[in-house]
Design a binder for this molecule. Structure first.
Ligand code: ATP
Length: 474
């Protein structure tokens, strides 16, 4: 059986985890720093790596080791150990491809749940590595909700032009997918699509990575911009780009040319630029972190990508798509969705958007022990506002409000969620919530929800399916 590699500079922790896993029947190898870790991987690829993100006395820190492993051994799942309160680093590690993280101090049960799940993923990945190369998901942009149809119509319009597009929207909502859609449907489709993720490039290496370099011994090494020549360069989260690089990119956009590091000649490139951001670039500009001139150049056609919560109607379709995809690529069971599970998926919170939905489905399929429909109890409970006994769990502001305001807040959130789930269709919403349509209209009005409602930054489009006069009912 293949082994688990534990990388931690603290000997006690390394050995403790090693002992626990050995007791559970795993073969274990230990490494104290980057060099030992790389040597172990080169000797034999482990089935799983458990990596402390803070490594003292090591040539590379945990994130660098993670990047190297994801580049050279992409099939090895990496579970990160992070110190208490380092959630941001753990999230960054997940973005870099870590499988999951455990926070110190952890107990044996928590460790084992994560390890068993990761080992199962590892096994399936190996078994299906050929199939997996076929990326079923690459081009299908799924969504029929009103919000997604607006997005697709906007994307269609820009495919034929060369205009610079700025995609805005929360993490995991599908911005890169939208950028790839533009590329695939444009006259640049046969030329490269090159994605530049500033967050994953060391600031000091940024320019070399983007512009390439020329040295006497190695000759010309092309940077990402040159590699994208004729095609599309996608700046993923432009707000992460260091200010110095922003100025240089601005110059490239103006002059359409640049020099490689250490090179004298100008390199001309023909590029279409698409950028994305999850942040409000105007406040980044006010805070002096983003250059106004670059913003003006990149933001020629701004296109918002809706959050998953703004298109709850699409959730069942996306879920079935992911089930089929994991079946085709990883051999996971092809399971239906029970009506309760569907309703839960459509009403829960999705801060991580489509990516989170995809991960939830993958986990359910890996952990599930039946081939029957996916049930609500298999879905993550922490996003649901009821505890195991069905009691409502109050949190945040809700718990501090007088009853009347708390009730209104609940009613607003509940009704908006349902309306979104039914794509803005009032009759279907009324039917589900058990109210007369006219009574629902009155309720919405009294709660201050209007035809295009904006509440807490979220919008609900209300679509009336019958000739209805909202105003006439009051
Ligand atoms: N409409 C869709 N249909 C099918 N899959 C989708 C759709 N939108 C997003 N996905 C999937 O969701 C995941 C996240 O999408 P993507 O990377 O495009 O999001 P993003 O907004 O660029 O994320 P980030 O801001 O974190 O870079 C990907 O696996 C993608 O394939």
């Amino acid at each position: 059986m293949s082994s688990i590699l534990i990388v931690d500079d603290e000997r006690d922790i390394r050995e403790l985890i090693g002992d626990i896993l050995r007791d559970e029947g795993f073969t274990v190898r230990l490494a104290a720093n980057a060099d030992e870790c790389i040597a172990e991987i080169n000797a034999e690829e482990p089935a799983l790596m458990i990596l402390d993100i803070w490594l003292k006395d090591s040539r590379m820190d945990g994130i660098d080791i993670l990047k190297t492993v994801k580049r050279d051994n992409p099939d090895v799942p990496v579970v990160i150990i992070s110190g208490h309160g380092n959630i941001e680093i753990a999230v960054a590690a997940i973005k870099q491809g870590a499988y999951d993280f455990i926070e110190k101090p952890f107990n044996i049960d928590q460790l084992m749940v994560v390890v068993l799940r990761a080992m199962e993923t590892s096994r399936l990945r190996r078994e299906n590595s050929d199939l997996r190369r076929r990326d079923v998901s690459s081009s299908e942009m799924l969504g029929q909700s009103p919000a997604y149809k607006v997005l697709k119509a906007q994307l269609e319009k820009v495919t034929k032009s060369n205009g610079r597009v700025m995609l805005t929207g929360p993490a995991g909502s599908g911005k890169e997918m939208a950028a790839r859609f533009i590329h695939a449907n444009s006259n640049r489709a046969s030329a490269p699509f090159v994605s530049v993720s500033s967050a994953t490039i060391e600031p000091e290496r940024m320019e070399e990575v983007l512009f390439g370099r020329e040295t006497s011994d190695r000759g010309i090494e092309k940077g990402l911009l040159e590699q994208a020549h004729g095609g599309v360069v996608y700046f993923d989260e432009v707000a992460d780009m260091p200010l110095g690089t922003q100025s240089k990119i601005l110059r490239v956009l103006v002059e359409q040319q640049f020099s490689r590091a250490g090179g004298a000649d100008k390199v001309r490139v023909d590029l279409r630029v698409i950028s994305s951001t999850t942040r409000d670039l105007r406040s980044e500009i006010s805070a002096g972190r983003f250059r106004q001139e670059l913003y003006d150049r990149l933001n020629v056609v701004p296109i918002p990508v809706p959050s998953l919560e703004d298109r709850r109607e699409d959730i069942p379709h996306l879920t079935r798509h992911f089930v089929e995809m994991f079946h085709a690529t990883q051999g996971l069971p092809l399971r239906d969705l029970s009506p309760e599970a569907e309703a839960l998926l459509q009403t829960m919170q999705w801060p991580g958007n489509v990516r989170q939905l995809r991960n939830v489905i993958e986990r359910v399929l890996i952990l599930g022990d039946s081939n029957g429909p996916i049930e609500a109890r298999e879905l993550p409970g922490r996003d649901v506002a009821t505890d195991g006994d069905g009691r409502l769990v109050l949190g945040g502001a809700m718990a501090t409000l007088p009853l009347r305001e708390a009730r209104e807040l609940f009613e607003k959130e509940y009704l908006l969620t349902q309306i979104n789930r039914f794509g803005g269709n009032i009759s279907r919403t009324a039917n589900f919530v058990g109210m007369e349509r006219s009574a629902l209209h009155r309720k919405l009005k009294s709660l201050g929800v209007v035809t295009t409602a904006k509440l807490g930054g979220r919008t609900a489009r209300l679509e009336d399916d019958e000739d209805d006069d909202e105003g006439g009912e009051d």
